[in-house]
Design a protein around this ligand. Sequence first.
Ligand code: HAM
Length: 423
Amino acid sequence: MSKKNQIQAPKGVSEYVPPQSRKFEYVREALLKPARNAGYALIELPVFEDTELFTRGVGESTDVVSKEMYTFEDRGGRSITLRPEGTAGVMRAVIEHGLDRGQLPAKLYYSGAFFRAERPQAGRYRQFYQVGIEAIGVQDSALDAEVIAIADAGFKAIGLTKYRLEITSLGDAQSRAKHRVDLVTFINKLDLDEATKARAAINPLRLFDDKRDEVKKQMSKAPLLIDYLSPESIKELDSVKTHLEALGVEFTINPRMVRGLDYYTGTTFEFVHELLGAQSGIGGGGRYDGLMSELGGQELSGIGFGLGIDRCVLAADAEGISFDHEFKSDLFIIPLGEESKSAALSIAQQLRSSGLRVEISFGDRALKGSMKAADKSGAAYAIVLGDSEIASEVVELKEMSTGKTSSVTLASLQKHLQSVSSK
Ligand code: HAM
C-alpha cells in the first residue's frame, strides 16, 4: 500500500529500474547494433510534434490517431501531440533538413519513447519504447530484404528464438483500389453491428483485424488483397522472398495482415513472438510510398521498422534469457580506513580506464559487511586494501565463486584481471 502523500507513476507507463533497466539497455543496444553496422545514422527528434503531422501522416481512420493520441494545446494555443510512432516525425525532419536531396537512401535510426493512450495490459503501455530505422528514397526489393534482415539480426542478438516473421505486400494504389471495391461489396452483405459497419466504411481492411469469432468467421471468405496485386507488385514480393531465402531469414506469407497505421504500401511485415499472448507483436514495418508527398515533400518511397523494446524484454524473460553476466563487475575493492580509500579510488580509476569493471565498497562498513556487499554485487573477484597491502603492494585476490585466493602484486593486477575476464 502506498502512503497517502506518495505520488505514483501515471497509469500504464513502462519504466525500468535496476536490475530490469540493465536488461532494457542490453536489449536496446542489441536491436540498434545491426542498424549501425549497416550504415544507418542516428536521428534524434522531439517527442512532441504538430498534431497535423500525425493526422495527415498516420491516417485518421487508424485507432492510433482517432482514439489514442495524447493531444493538448500548448501555451501558444498550438495543437501538440506526443509522438505515437516514429516514421511521420522522421519524414518531417528529412523534408525540413533536406536529407532527401543528399545521398539516397537516407538511412536513419532512432530509439526512444512513444505514447499511445491504449488500454494498458501486459506488453501494452501508454508510454513505451521503440528502436526504429527508416531508409528513404530508393525503391529496391534488396533494400526491403535488408531492412527485414536487420530487425531479425537484432532479435537474434538478444538471443530470441521463439518468434516468426510474417510478410505480405499491400501492393500499389491501383491494386488496393480494385480490391477495396470488391471488399466493400463483400462486407456490405455481412451481418454486422452498426459500429463495425462504421469502422469498415472508413477502412474496410480493419475488419481482417477483428478479434471476435463471429466477425472472423464471416471474414474467412473475404477477398484478399494479395490476389489483386499488379504484376509489378507480385514481382517485388517474389524478389523480397528470394533475397530473404538467400539470407536464411525464415518467413511465412500472411495475406490477412493488417497494420495499425495507414501509410503502408508494398512490402509489409510483422515479427510475432510465440510466448507473449495477446500483445505478441515485437516489431513491424514496411514500405510507404505516399507518405513523403503527403507531408509536403518529394514523391519518394521509404521503408522502415519499429521494434518494441518493452516487448523484447518480456520475450527475453519468457524465453529464460539472462543478461546478468553482462553486468557483473570484474573486481570489488574493499578499503580499510581513510588512506586506503584514496588508494582504492586511484586503483579503480586505473583499472577502469583499461576497460575493467570495478566497484568500491563505500561508507564505514565492517569487513564482513563489505564482503557480503561484494558477494551480492556478483563481482568476479574482491580484494581487501589495508595498510599492509598498500605497504607491500601485494593483495590477496579472492575469486568469489570458489573462495580461492592468490597473492598478486598491485602492478600485475590489471593484467591478471584482464586475462581472467577475457576467458
Ligand atoms: P507499430 O507496429 O505500430 O509500428 O509499432 C512497432 C512496435 O512497437 C510493435 O510491434 C510493438 O512491439 C511496439 N508497440 C506498439 N505499441 C505499443 C504499446 N502500446 N506498448 C508496447 N509496445 C508497443 C510503428 O510504430 C511504425 N512506425 C513502424 C515503422 C517504421 N514502419 C515503417 N517504419
